[in-house]
Design a protein around this ligand. Structure first.
Ligand SMILES: [Zn+2]
Length: 68
């Protein structure tokens, strides 16, 4: 189980990126929304969708959930 976070700031394409704790591309702490512990990124993205319509996995820490 890993701690997941979503960036409250959207990317230029409108995506809110989901990261695993410790990712080197983790946004500033003040911009993070905690998603809690998840066993995989799919579950974390599901959680993030409760808050944001457009979410995407980080290319570096969640490549399995990165779509664009
Ligand atoms: Zn990341």
């Amino acid at each position: 189980m890993a701690q997941f976070y979503v960036n409250q700031n959207q990317q230029t394409n409108g995506d809110h990126e989901v990261h695993v704790e410790g990712c080197k591309f983790m946004p500033f702490e003040k911009n993070l929304l905690e998603l809690g512990g998840h066993t995989d990124c799919a579950s974390a993205l599901e959680e993030a969708r409760n808050t944001y319509d457009q979410v995407n996995g980080c290319n570096t820490c969640c490549p399995d959930c990165h779509t664009t």
